[in-house]
Design a protein around this ligand. Structure first.
Ligand code: 6R9
Length: 650
């Protein structure tokens, strides 16, 4: 291994930091020794209508049951808005920066309250009740946050679907949670390009209704003003409806364990799972991690560049920051529009103090050259963060030196849709940094490394990353399929939550995530099940079989490599490759676009018919000399053809 360059906590990072080294060690120890007492104390950081008397009631065995603060009642929207009105009514809550640099908007907490109440009343008067599922398919505009908070206010469960997903993907998600109310926009705008959200929604509903779903209403926000198809009786105009609605709406009294949202995410098998998060524990955990991981201080301008379609947008654009009364910047655009200095321009324009983005963006901007960064000031920056995939030390150092001018610590935050919030990360004033390591666990988090036989490894070691005990932000179930929840996360290693990630722990107890150990690939920080891409490919009439693997990609982290066997009589061509790429984009969305397609007369299979992905991964990485034992293959000759025609020759 190359030598690790340790960046010690600088005196100026420590100076006003909320947590220093000693406090971290003490709090961490307390949180592990007595979780009940620790979380009883920190559970009070949010406002409760009825205070909880029970703190932790969790089991990772048997039927797996996770309950936090179970007899308390509260409301997420109340905590993100109402409780700030007295002190911060006129302070900005959402700082919106449009795709077009000339467009921006500031929404104060008081205005946020008004917008959310109006929308909540519109939903109520159109029959949305506590417990109903509402699908949100939106661009990054303030109305997306209003929609989430309005659901939370009336106790409806939101399911946000990323605006880049196809009508098919949207249909599957509407169908799975039987959602009968959809909120969308006429069109989205990203990097100067329009995204036909309403047209996609219309198609999705058609598909979903064929499968038995029924959508009662579609509420449409006007973003570009495009002329869109309108279904009378079903479609509602956001402007018309909200302008008539009252600006007062009592927040619903929610039990701590009442569902807050469902968010679909990819796994190694089957269709995407509806990850279910509940109210109290999620809010305690996201607000607490937001405060301590980013060393958030009152008045800071905070910017997380994620999309609300992903969990990072839920926890660290909307719920965490707003629960803390922060000014959260919401960005509609992309990093390279109008040019590759956009992020740094926005930082200067709004004097951003805390900036949180993804390694894939950092690598892409690094590739665009330092000039784009250096022509901006970035003096306001105090803390930098990354999330979504492992960050390579080169990109880390560039982020640290060129973007941060060596003034700001980088928090490399490891977590998952399932974990609700950050589990492993440095704290700016407490943790010495090692580029590429997510460093140490957050309070209350007990990581364990486990070998293939389930043995817990001590000291420096490499293994599969598990978490030994529950934390308040953890998912509670897979929506509608608790058995799948148990099978996916708690059956591989008895009594432990298995993350699906591989990990190394070094001699200082630092954690280094090495990537997924299952059939999930991480493309630009987006999780993709190889099985999903395979099923999209085989739905093409000319394809008989497909196997998909990830391979190292300079910018995306991992690229999508597809081995495709055609129906007999069909011939592979460049044309057909293009057709297949378009087909997959159409089935899932642009984020699933194959990077490489290799036509293969046969796939390497064991005698029992199992595709040997290990071999396919090696060939895709152009590392075919290390193929290992191929003697168990039904037909070892197929491997020669695959190697001969590999698409990644170096
Ligand atoms: C928040 C989010 C989760 C998977 C996770 C892991 C990878 C996320 C990481 C990281 C290394 C980090 N991942 N953060 N790997 N270092 N700091 O990304 O959720 O979309 O569910 O993805 O992403 O492999 O298992 P999600």
């Amino acid at each position: 291994m190359s030598e690790v360059h340790v960046h010690q906590v600088k005196p100026e990072w420590k100076k006003d930091a909320l947590i220093d080294k000693d406090t971290y060690e003490k709090w961490y120890k307390d949180s592990i020794d007595d979780p009940e007492a620790f979380w009883a104390k920190h559970g009070k950081r949010i406002d409760w209508f009825t205070p909880f008397t029970k703190v932790k009631n969790t089991s990772f065995n048997g039927d797996v049951s996770i309950k936090w603060f179970e007899d308390g009642t509260t409301n997420a929207s109340y905590n993100c808005i109402d409780r700030h009105l007295e002190k911060r009514g006129d302070q900005t809550a959402i700082l919106w920066e449009g795709d077009d640099p000339a467009e921006d908007q500031k929404i104060s907490y008081r205005e946020l309250h008004e917008h959310v109440c109006r929308l909540a009343n519109v939903m109520k008067s159109n029959g949305v009740k506590k417990g109903d599922r509402v699908t949100i398919y939106m661009p990054m505009i303030p109305e997306a946050a209003y929609a989430m908070l309005a659901c939370a206010r009336i106790g409806a469960v939101h399911s946000v679907v990323f605006g880049g997903f196809s009508p098919d993907s949207l249909a599957g998600r509407i169908e799975d949670c039987r959602s009968d109310f959809v909120i969308t926009a006429d069109e989205g705008l990203r990097g100067g390009k329009k995204v036909p959200l309403k047209a996609n929604t219309d198609k999705a509903i058609e598909i979903a209704e064929k499968a038995g779903a029924k959508v009662r209403n579609v509420l449409v926000v006007r973003r570009t003003g495009a002329d869109v198809n309108w279904v009378d009786g079903r479609d509602l105009s956001y402007d018309d409806e909200t302008s008539k609605a009252s600006t007062d709406c009592e927040p619903e009294k929610m039990n701590a364990e009442d569902p807050l949202f469902i968010l679909y995410t990819s796994g190694s098998t089957g269709k995407p799972k509806g990850v279910l998060h509940t109210t109290g524990g999620y809010l305690v955990y996201t607000s607490m991690t937001h405060q301590y991981v980013f060393d958030y201080h009152e008045g800071d301008i905070y910017w997380c560049t994620a999309d609300v379609g992903w969990v990072t947008g839920h926890s660290y654009i909307v719920y965490g920051p707003l629960a803390n009364g922060a000014q959260t910047l919401m960005f509609e655009g992309v990093p390279n529009y109008p040019d590759a200095s956009r992020f740094w321009q926005v930082i200067d324009k709004h004097k951003v103090n805390i900036f949180y983005t993804a390694p894939t963006a950092i690598r892409a901007l690094m590739g665009a050259g330092d000039d784009h960064v250096k022509k901006t000031s970035r003096k306001s920056l105090r803390v930098l963060g990354t999330v979504g995939e492992p960050i390579n030390p080169e990109a880390w150092e560039w982020y640290y030196k060129v973007v941060g001018d060596e003034r700001s610590p980088i928090v490399d935050t490891w977590w998952q849709t399932e974990t609700g919030g950050i589990l492993i990360s440095p704290l700016p004033g407490a943790t010495d940094l090692k580029p590429g390591s997510a460093t140490r666990p957050f309070f209350g988090v007990r990581p364990q490394l486990v070998d293939g036989d389930g043995k817990v490894l001590e000291g420096p070691a490499s293994g599969n990353l598990c978490i030994a005990d529950s934390w308040p932000g953890q998912m509670r179930t897979v929506y509608g399929d608790h058995e799948r929840f148990i099978q996916t996360y708690f059956s591989t290693y008895k009594g432990k939550y298995f993350t699906g990630d591989g990990c190394r722990r070094d001699e200082d107890g630092y954690y280094w995530i090495t990537g997924r150990v299952d059939d999930v690939i991480n493309v630009s920080g987006h999780r993709m099940g190889t099985a999903e891409v395979e099923s999209a490919l085989v739905s093409h009439p000319k394809v008989s079989e497909a196997a998909v693997v990830g391979y190292p990609h300079d910018v995306k982290g991992q690229g999508i490599y597809c081995y495709v066997t055609l129906m007999s009589g069909e011939k592979g061509s460049e044309e057909l490759k293009k057709e297949l790429v378009a087909h997959v984009r159409n089935e899932i969305g642009p984020i699933a676009s194959p990077d490489k397609i290799q036509f293969a007369p046969g796939l390497p299979k064991t005698r029992s018919g199992k595709i040997m992905r290990r071999i396919l991964r090696k060939i895709a990485e152009d590392d075919y000399r290390a193929l290992g034992d191929t003697s168990t293959l039904a037909d070892p000759a197929v491997v020669e053809d695959l190697v001969e025609n590999r698409q990644n020759k170096r």
